[in-house]
Write a protein that binds this ligand. Structure first.
Ligand code: PHE
Length: 461
């Protein structure tokens, strides 16, 4: 039974380290790259408010459910689901939910690593001083040249995967834990420096505050709510087992609801701080916030090329982006690596990590090449390999995984097991609230996102 099972991979040395690692997973390209441009494209404050509601109503309860499941199982997501399902008198086929997560991790990491590689390459560009005096045309050209060159894209992607492999191969304590204890404080210091600059020096901080916090609901369109919800899933790393496997390494007596509150809070604060770091400098030089996916890689270098201390700030920003991408990438690699380690007779994590990293690297090569040499190949109608993988994993697999996790923990586990794992009082008001949200509100909301993402609504016109 789960009471006597212990993790084969070791444990975090404290609940705080778990919070740090899970925050490292959550805070990534989703916060620093995707969130600011979504705010920019979707009219600012109104989007921010809807996003915050999604985080609270769907993200937080599913985060608690996913950690609960992980710590109950104490194994890779596949094996945790199998053993917990059997203990609860349910079908061993729930392990398929673990497989869904492992597959999602493969797909997400293959394009995540390509973008993580761009972040690394922009660290080098900042060091070389490339952004000094750069024009809008030359910034666009710089980014397009990088993306158009198979050699550069694959080189940086390879470097990014090698870093992740190195960290994950060293295991929970020596690899993951050591990486987050060094990288996460660095990340927060860098972010605070950038926000500090935005407040003190740019002269456009008020404008950025108004843009992010004074809502104009006329800017909200039908798709806005659903975009906000999809972003809530992606940014919290939910629905694919990353948080579950980190939860498996959480020591027994640490509180799950408290940890989840911290992770969700820190992720949300980081996204807001990223906005407050980026928009003042964008407004200060009179650029538009709605630039889309190019905001970070095309617009920001122009800004860094113009403002005082731009050399240093640009360097800080791209180091920050790379660090955030690495701590998220680790968690994308861990579910599959932990599973293969459990399966191997020799129990070698090094070999397991090498095999999984190579496979994901290969898929990432296809993603990287789909932006240049293989751009003619489409997988889903009208989408190249990169966009297809992003769509299938973010818009379909994560919401589906999150939905099934909420259903399993909310409906298929005994209440006594859930209460025991959470260490709470069954009659407590907060527990009851969580249970209702996990059983009804979160699944209903996810079904809406899912229906939207797959175009189901259009069928009903
Ligand atoms: N949460 C990460 C980010 O915001 C991405 C991620 C998704 C990581 C799913 C792990 C699992 O960048």
């Amino acid at each position: 039974m789960s009471e006597t099972r212990s993790s084969l991979h070791g444990e975090w040395s404290s609940g705080m380290i778990f919070v740090l690692a899970a925050t490292g997973s959550a805070v990534g390209l989703g916060n620093l790259w995707r969130f600011p441009y979504l705010v920019g494209e979707n009219g600012g404050a109104a989007f921010v408010i809807i996003y915050l509601l999604c985080i609270l109503l769907v993200g937080l309860p599913i985060m608690i459910a996913e950690i609960t499941l992980g710590r109950r199982g104490k194994r890779s997501p596949i094996n945790s689901l199998r053993s917990v399902a059997l203990e609860e008198g349910r079908s061993a086929n729930w392990a398929l939910l673990g497989w869904l997560g492992v597959a999602a991790g493969f797909l997400i990491l293959s394009f995540y690593s390509v973008v993580g590689g761009w972040a690394l390459s922009y660290v080098l560009q900042s060091l070389l001083g490339t952004f000094q005096g750069i024009t809008s045309d030359s910034s666009t050209h710089l980014f397009e040249t990088l993306v158009a060159s198979p050699f550069s894209v694959l080189g940086w992607h390879t470097l990014f995967m090698l870093l992740l492999f190195g960290i994950v191969a060293m295991g929970v304590r020596k690899g993951l834990q050591r990486a987050v204890t060094i990288l996460m404080p660095l990340l927060f210091v860098l972010l605070i420096l950038l926000v500090g600059y935005g407040m003190a020096a740019s002269g456009a901080f008020q404008e950025a505050m108004a843009f992010m916090f004074q809502p104009d609901f006329s800017a909200v369109e039908g798709g806005t709510v659903l975009t906000a919800m999809g972003q809530a899933f992606f940014t919290l790393s939910l629905g694919m087992g990353a948080i579950m496997v980190y939860g498996a390494y959480l020591p027994k007596h640490e509180s799950i609801p408290h940890s989840a509150g911290w992770i969700v809070g820190m992720d949300t604060i980081t996204a807001i701080l990223a906005g407050l770091a980026i928009f003042p400098i964008v407004f200060a030089v009179g650029l538009e916030p709605g630039e889309g996916a190019g905001l970070v890689f095309i617009t920001l270098p122009i800004v860094f090329g113009e403002i005082p201390f731009g050399y240093l700030l640009g360097l800080l920003f791209f180091v920050l982006l790379s660090v955030a991408a690495i701590t998220s990438g680790m968690s994308l690699l861990e579910p599959a690596t932990s599973y293969l380690t459990e399966r191997r007779r020799d129990g070698s994590r090094l070999k397991a990590a090498a095999i999984i990293s190579s496979l994901i690297w290969l898929l990432g090569v296809a993603c990287g090449l789909s932006l240049n040499a293989l751009s003619g190949i489409t997988v889903l109608p009208g989408m190249n390999i990169f966009d297809s993988l992003e769509y299938i994993s973010n818009d379909i697999m994560l919401p589906l995984g999150g939905l099934l996790i909420a259903i399993f923990v909310g409906w298929r586990m005994r209440l006594s097991s859930v209460v025991g794992e959470l260490g709470v009082n069954e009659n407590g008001a907060l527990f009851k609230l969580w249970l209702v949200v996990t059983r009804f509100v979160a699944p209903a909301a996810v079904i809406l996102v899912f229906a939207n993402a797959t175009g189901l609504f259009e069928l009903f016109g």
